[in-house]
Design a binder for this molecule. Structure first.
Ligand SMILES: Nc1ncnc2c1ncn2[C@@H]1O[C@H](COP(=O)(O)OP(=O)(O)OP(=O)(O)O)[C@@H](O)[C@H]1O
Length: 261
């Protein structure tokens, strides 16, 4: 078994009256790509913020390997559009960056020609690659990517996922990413974790594909399209995200703390 870089154990997050996450277990290993899926607002980014130490869990704990080095790619790049800033200068702002690494990193990602471009004029796909370059300049053994293909066209998404796999293969890092795009992600990930307050199902793509929650998800006409998907389960959540109790004759599955799906 490869090195466990970090572990989220029994994580629960409550904001005020709202229980956002409960009983979340995720282990991240070197060389493994783990993809978090789940509907909007289900807590995927919050879980990542918890791993990064930016959000304290209400319950559970985060264990980080002593050598853990995270390269984080945020969902969005927040830069004043009036600010003159080239890609080279932007990447030079990475803490402890060796400026000699900037060009080779851009080259690895196929965007060395953008080194002197203004960040504000980059396309969606170019911006994502620059953000990936920034994450890589931190020399990570764990890449954490929050919706890495956001704002990228379909062909660009396929290329970007291939690039992430190539990077994983080259530097043998772990990867944790969030995606809404099940169809493309399935081919490129080792483990899928579907969350909607709790872990609804998780495992290898093969395992998840055979899981009722996943099949319900993909049974919807058009669910395999590349649009943001509708999230269907064999249970319902109330307005707080809690699972609604069903009557026995509805043949409902009752979740317990021992559920592994
Ligand atoms: N510090 C906070 N205080 C209160 N509520 C918060 C806080 N942080 C996040 N939330 C809420 O938690 C919910 C989950 O947010 P989060 O960004 O983790 O979801 P997500 O699954 O990543 O969503 P999306 O797919 O839309 O990006 C949202 O309703 C958000 O408003």
């Amino acid at each position: 078994m490869s090195t466990c870089l970090a572990e989220l154990s029994n994580i629960g997050i409550t904001f005020g009256e709202r229980k956002l996450l409960s009983n979340i277990d995720v282990r991240l290993h070197r060389g493994e790509i783990v993809t978090l899926i789940g509907p909007n607002g289900s807590g995927k980014s919050t879980l990542i913020r918890t791993l990064l130490g930016l959000q304290s869990p209400t319950e559970g704990k985060v264990t980080r390997h002593e050598d853990l080095r995270i390269g984080y790619m945020p969902q969005k790049l927040h830069i004043d559009p009036t600010l003159p800033l080239t890609v080279k200068h932007f990447l030079g702002l990475v803490r402890n960056v060796d400026k000699k690494d900037i060009l080779p990193t851009l080259k690895k990602l196929g965007i060395e020609h953008l080194v002197n471009s203004q960040v504000r004029v980059l396309s969606g796909g170019e911006t994502q690659r620059v953000l990936l370059a920034r994450a890589l300049l931190n020399k990570p053994n764990l890449l954490v990517l929050d919706e890495p293909v956001q704002g990228v066209d379909v062909n660009g998404q396929i290329e970007l996922y291939k690039l992430i796999v190539k990077i994983r293969d080259e530097i043998n890092c772990g990867v944790l990413m969030i995606s809404h795009d099940l169809h493309l992600v399935m081919a490129q990930t080792d483990t899928v974790v579907c969350i909607n307050q709790h872990v609804c199902c998780s495992g290898t793509p093969q395992h998840v594909k055979g899981h009722p929650a996943y099949q319900a998800l993909f049974g919807i006409p058009g669910a395999e399209s590349l649009a943001i998907y509708a999230h269907h389960h064999d249970h319902e959540h109330d307005e707080h995200g809690d699972i609604k109790a069903k009557t026995k004759d509805q043949n409902a599955h009752q979740h317990t703390q021992n559920c592994s799906h």
